[in-house]
Ligand binder design. Structure first.
Ligand SMILES: [Zn+2]
Length: 334
């Protein structure tokens, strides 16, 4: 191995293998070296460029090259993996657009980065990357088949089958956020009515609070009072804080959220048949108020044998799940 950084190869790395991993989001781009035991180092976070695809690709190339230097350069790392929003197929091609990243649409993420870096790159959906992270180092350790449901601005679903991320044709596998569960239900951002995401997402919950608040007067519900008096949107943290205080509106919102998540779990249980369905995202800080309710509803939606075959669990990793998962996927798939 030749070192391109003046011999400053990390003397602590021993014989552990290192991969460069990227977690690309609409706001931040995170890049780091990830050891095969899941240790993250040389991590950096930069603002995701907002002026088009070329700028993002250029920022990715720079970040990946810089981080790789800490391992002795790109030839010294054993894989490069990137998790990105959007429907990304098994060849690393992004189908359609990734919301929140202007110009990030309909092209081969893996191919464009390979051309710029001169080495193989594995690109996959960010939820699939996080699911791989959970499989290797989190709540799915020791398992082969898991699914991950992330509740954030939308619903992200990652699927791992036989230890490998499953993207499906056109990267469509796991696109459950816009599965309709109430055909006459609430209007969703996609234009349909009654999608899972219209209930169980940050924006869905905010709208739910405002809609349901009319049924509660100020004396009965602090949350209803806040919804009427606060001009800016209420956060999920606020809703769950009021739920702990016994607020009836917060309880009604949580029931609706848990019901939508149970539908997602039911769909995954009978199609993927994972050993475990792992739940992640900001609201899972209140998992004790959520997962038991999801389990209860889930058991009403599926046959007893199905319910008995699947565990519902809280994610085991924090914000590094996408990074360690992108590295794990790159090592597995390339
Ligand atoms: Zn929708």
């Amino acid at each position: 191995m030749t070192s391109s950084n003046g011999g400053q190869v990390d003397i602590n790395s021993g014989t552990r293998r290192q991969a460069v991993a990227v977690d690309l989001g609409g706001t931040w781009l995170k890049c780091a070296l990830v050891y095969d035991d899941g240790t993250v180092r040389s991590s950096r976070r930069i603002a995701t460029p907002t002026d088009g695809r070329e700028s993002v690709l250029s920022a990715l190339r720079s970040a990946i090259s810089e981080v790789a230097e800490a391992a002795g350069g790109l030839p010294a790392v054993d894989a490069v993996g990137i998790g990105s929003p959007g429907m990304i197929d098994g060849d690393g091609y992004l189908h359609g657009a990734a919301v929140n990243i202007p110009g990030w649409a309909d092209f081969s993420i893996a191919g464009e980065l390979e051309r710029r870096l001169g080495r193989s790159v594995v690109a996959l959906n960010d939820a699939n990357a996080a699911a791989m992270g959970e499989l290797r180092f989190g709540a799915g350790r020791g398992m082969h088949d898991i699914a991950l449901v992330t509740v954030g601005t939308g619903i992200g679903v990652g699927i791992v089958i036989e230890g490998r991320p499953h993207a499906g044709k056109g990267g469509v596998a796991g696109e459950l956020g816009h599965l309709v569960i109430h055909p006459e239900g609430r209007l969703c951002s996609c234009g349909n009515r009654g999608c899972i995401e219209a209930y169980a997402s940050a924006s869905g919950m905010r709208s739910l609070v405002r809609e349901l608040a009319d049924g509660f007067d100020d004396a009965a519900s602090e949350l209803a009072h806040a919804a009427r008096s606060v001009s800016n949107d209420l956060t999920a943290e606020h809703i769950y804080r009021e739920l702990r205080n016994g607020d009836p509106l917060a309880a009604a919102v949580n029931e609706t959220v848990c019901d939508a998540l149970a539908h997602a779990a039911a769909a995954l249980a009978v199609t993927v048949a994972p050993e475990r369905i792992v739940f992640a995202g900001g609201i899972m800080g209140s998992a004790d108020l959520i997962l038991p309710r999801v389990r209860e509803r889930f058991e009403r939606l599926v046959l007893p044998h199905v319910a008995g075959s699947v565990e519902l669990a809280l994610a085991g990793l924090s914000s590094d799940a996408g990074l360690v998962g992108a590295a794990a996927a790159a090592r597995t798939v390339q």
